[in-house]
Ligand binder design. Sequence first.
Ligand SMILES: [Zn+2]
Length: 346
Amino acid sequence: MRSVVLERKDELRIRDLDPKESLGPTDVRIAIKTVGVCGSDVHYYTHGAIGPFVVREPMILGHEAAGIIEEVGSAVENLKVGDRVCMEPGIPDPNSRASRLGLYNLDPAVRFWATPPVHGVLRPSVVHPAAFTFKLPDNVSYAAGAMVEPLAVGFHAVSKARLTPGAIALVTGAGPIGMVTAIAALSAGCARVIVTDVVDEKLAVARKLGPAIVTVNVRSQDLKSIIARETEGWGVDVVFECSGAADVVADTVHHACPGGAIVFVGMPVKPVLFDVVIAQTKELRVEHVFRYAHVYPRIVALLGSNQINVDALITDTYAFEDSIEAFDYAVRPKPSSVKIQIELGT
Ligand SMILES: [Zn+2]
């Protein structure tokens, strides 16, 4: 089947590649409709590796996907042909210790789309377990359905933060993950969400997420005094670190209030400094997130009831035949660009 194949670093092609999947009794076959381009896809394209995951053989990219069911396994009861769905891209071993503990995202044996050596889904169809396939309400588009994967990171971060209504949060970094984390923080009832970045165009997109968003360009504005103004000098309840930048990570302890929390969402490329003593004197709770678990059904329900909306984040849409162009654009996007998506079969 015609797929978007990363042959090796810097070499992407649309060509036939058939992962030869067979439909088991608990699987569904899904015709792919929309796939979001993720920073990880772009990083494999430009670097050929992320940490220990190295592209050694041609790999199909794409893991943020929505589509329509075209075949169901004999034991599948919750889905039928014609259902519009989105899919959780990581398949854990259900018998692993992590899965049995409910931490299935931490199963070392998890098979995650477009993480070597597992193929992604920029291709006409995929076979996937029904247990990791979620029916979309009629009012949720394929484009929004393909946003559930990045949203899941934000909602998992908010679950880890244990946010309560009326809290004030800081989200550092207004890239796609910062944006979805801000949406999740608003959805959890934050009174205000302060979003930082160094690019005004990104902050303009963040402001579209709602009136409770306060944006700060840390190049031209003083974040410390704005946090002091917004929190009566107390500090924010939760810092969601989404930039991965070393100096931003180092500052998180100063922004959080006594008894507050820091959630590390962004991934620094190298080990970073973190002042434990300041964190101790404030008794900060520090959390980390790796992907997500148990959040897809909640996000699909929130999209269905119009409690969250991701339209402002989908800034660029390409046809499947233009996938290479989409990836080359994703390497150097416009500053206002947040999420690039690719549509199939239209
Ligand atoms: Zn992603």
